[in-house]
Design a protein around this ligand. Structure first.
Ligand code: NOJ
Ligand code: CA
Length: 659
């Protein structure tokens, strides 16, 4: 590990020629300048290659005690940092964290108020830190931070909503945005790519954006029922407000900025934290052929559990998930009461846990809360202690339902809850996969048991709505996935739901049967295992649809525990090609939107001098979306492959060193 820290403290040490405090990235391309107006108002601006990207934009909060006095003493401390750190799992195990920092502080008799700014080669970030004398709590009523775009730009983001991220993307010019959530990805007319987000979100509400005039977006914090945005201690540091910046769309994916803005791991022994490939009793309920509740179509039965465990063990998978195993599902959507420790009578949890352990398979626990946070928090510690006693290391949580007491999922109340689950889980050596979560802000660096989360429209939307479009799937990597891993639950092989449709007792969701296919090709379903990074990666279909299927070999060969990743090429909403390495194997995934496309992919990422057996899973040349054309060939790093994709299609390739 290489670490260089140089610090200097003094008055405006890095003052620009304009006399304003300024900090620039190590490569000098990006600079952030601060300004304090005569009326005391603070603002910042960002330039890229000397051109303004963000024009002077407001900083600060509406909160009693957080306004520095007119005669507050000003000081600037600057430092540089350069470290390469490693993580127990992730798209990249090694990450370089290299930045220059400026801490701009105003001090008066009762307040020490700092804007800490970091400039990286791949973006900028700032956060607010304060120490207020004589009070216990600071009550934040509003955040004033603005992002005033200095140049015309296009944007891609979901609308702002304090309860859900399961929304479609808006692709509009910045000056036409109404509101948005982050990541808020943009491309300027001058070809600068970027994404506004936040990092290290703890004990504070999420930040959404609202356009207030022209191309100026303002931070809007999710409120609590009394209108207060946050009650925080007198000494506090906010989450970082970040802007990733790159010269191409894939630069944003290849950036480690969000993780670098988080603190090192607080979990000392991470040996129990392991990526997994998993299957589960899940899709049947969404298709309407199984139920979460006990009855003739109950999915989580002992018999099915044994079948799924055997399948996982026989196919080089590590985990199994069973939803609807515990009592209370009759109450889902009603009083939202679940019993997290009591299995349904037809799910013999002790013998299932023992059987999974005997086969070396991780048994997952699933907790749907329906949004009943008080009940879940009351049960949390004893529940997770119980799972630990059963040898369970993986927990999927769910919050499908409105929170009680008028709270929002994404408020300070929600953020505190999600964090409480992560920390309690860490205490019992349990990894977390959160559905209906708070947005990912890189806390997986500090809490590496926070593996993956949903936080966008996942596969389930294909079962009971008009579904996810191919354009959506080509936008996701450049927006939601910039924040971190997603449990999309990919890999449906029966894309027209033929097996479900043949089931006469199927319960049609919403009384409709016209949602009966995925807008995809089979090869694209395979490619999504690579494109949509998740350290807990699911093969989401019914196992009957994988048994005996030649193309399932891809997932058998696949490794969820990758060492290195690179987004090779792509355009937002149009296409994407990603490669990942795990040990000496490489996995490539490419996908296109509603247009057929052919791209050339140089294999220069492969290790020079090694011959690889490439297994190519391509779209059917005759255009049958249910078919995949599998071809094997020997390749080396100087080769280039032509990757042809049908509309809504894709291609997946494994590269395994030839014997
Ligand atoms: C929504 C989740 O996203 C899904 O995966 C789960 O099956 C249901 N809630 C039930 O918990
Ligand atoms: Ca969901």
């Amino acid at each position: 590990m290489k670490k260089i820290v140089i610090a200097a403290i003094g008055a405006a040490l890095m003052a620009s020629c304009s006399g304003k405090p300024e900090v620039s990235s190590p490569d000098g391309h990006i600079a952030v300048k601060l300004n304090r107006a005569e009326d005391g108002a603070l603002s910042y601006e960002v330039t890229v290659d000397g051109k303004q990207l963000i024009a002077p934009s407001a900083l600060g909060f509406v909160a009693e005690g957080l306004v520095p006095a007119a005669d507050a003493k000003e000081s600037v401390a600057t430092s540089s940092f350069d470290e390469t750190w490693s993580q127990p799992w992730g798209e990249n195990k090694e990450i370089r964290n290299n930045y220059r920092e400026m801490a701009y502080t105003l001090t008066d008799s009762s307040l020490e108020y700092t804007v800490r700014v970091r400039a990286f080669d791949d973006g900028i970030a700032f956060r607010y830190e304060w120490k207020v004398a004589g009070v216990d709590t600071v009550v934040v009523m509003d955040e004033l931070t603005e992002f005033a775009f200095a140049v015309p730009a296009q944007s891609w983001a979901i609308p702002a909503n304090f309860d859900t991220y399961e929304l479609e993307y808006n692709h509009v010019a910045v000056d036409s945005v109404v509101n948005a959530n982050t990541p808020f990805t943009f491309e300027t007319d001058g070809g600068v790519f970027g994404s506004i987000h936040e990092a290290a979100l703890y004990d504070f509400p999420e930040m959404t954006l609202e356009r207030i005039e022209g191309s100026t977006l303002k931070a809007v914090l999710a409120p609590m029922p009394d209108g207060v945005k946050a009650r925080v201690p007198a000494e506090f540091a906010t989450p970082w407000r970040s802007i990733q910046i790159g010269a191409s769309a894939v630069d944003l994916i290849n950036s480690g900025l969000i993780l670098n803005l988080n603190e090192p791991s607080k979990i000392a022994d991470t040996s129990w934290i392991k990526p997994q490939k998993y299957v589960g009793i899940w899709w049947g309920m969404h298709l309407g052929t199984m139920t979460w509740t006990m009855g003739p179509r109950h999915g989580a039965t002992t018999e099915n559990a044994i079948k799924y465990i055997d399948f996982a063990a026989a196919n080089n998978l590590q985990g199994v998930l069973f939803e609807g195993w515990n009592e209370g599902w009759e109450n889902w959507g009603g009083n939202q009461h679940f019993d997290y420790m009591k299995a349904y009578a037809d799910f013999d949890i002790d013998s299932i846990a023992a059987y999974a352990a005997s086969k070396g398979i991780e048994l997952w626990a699933h907790n749907e809360t329906g949004g009943n946070i008080p009940e879940y928090e009351a049960a949390l510690d004893s529940t997770l202690a119980y799972y630990h006693s059963l040898g369970i290391h993986t927990l999927k949580t769910g919050y499908a339902g409105g929170y009680v007491g008028g709270q929002y999922h994404h408020s300070q109340y929600g953020v505190r809850h999600y964090q409480k689950v992560v920390e309690t889980a860490a205490k019992y050596e349990i990894m977390v996969d959160a559905h209906e979560p708070i947005k990912e802000t890189g806390i997986r660096r500090t809490w590496p048991n926070m593996m993956t989360r949903e936080g966008a429209r996942g596969m389930e939307w294909n079962a009971w709505s008009g579904g996810n479009s191919a354009d959506y799937l080509c936008t996701l990597p450049f927006v939601r996935l910039l924040s971190g891993p997603m449990d999309y639950t990919p890999g449906i092989f029966d894309i027209n739901y033929d097996r479900a449709k043949a089931d006469p007792g199927r319960i049609e969701w919403n009384g409709r049967n016209d949602y009966c296919k995925i807008n995809t090709t089979l090869a694209r379903q395979i490619a999504n295992w690579v494109i949509i990074y998740s350290p807990l990666q699911m093969a989401a279909d019914l196992i009957e649809n994988y048994e005996g299927h030649e193309a399932f070999q891809f997932f058998r060969d696949f490794d969820a525990d990758c060492d290195w990743s690179r987004a090779l090429q792509g355009e937002i909403g149009k296409y994407i090609a990603v490669v990942r390495r795990a040990g000496d194997r490489y996995f490539l995934g490419a996908g296109t939107n509603s247009e057929a496309r052919t791209i050339e992919v140089s294999l220069d990422f492969l290790k020079p001098g090694v011959s690889y057996q490439a297994a190519i899973y391509a779209d059917d040349p005759a255009g049958d979306a249910t078919k995949v054309a599998i071809e094997k060939k020997t390749v080396i790093s100087t080769d280039t492959l032509t990757v042809a994709m049908n509309a809504a299609g894709g291609q997946a390739i494994t590269f395994i060193p030839a014997e």
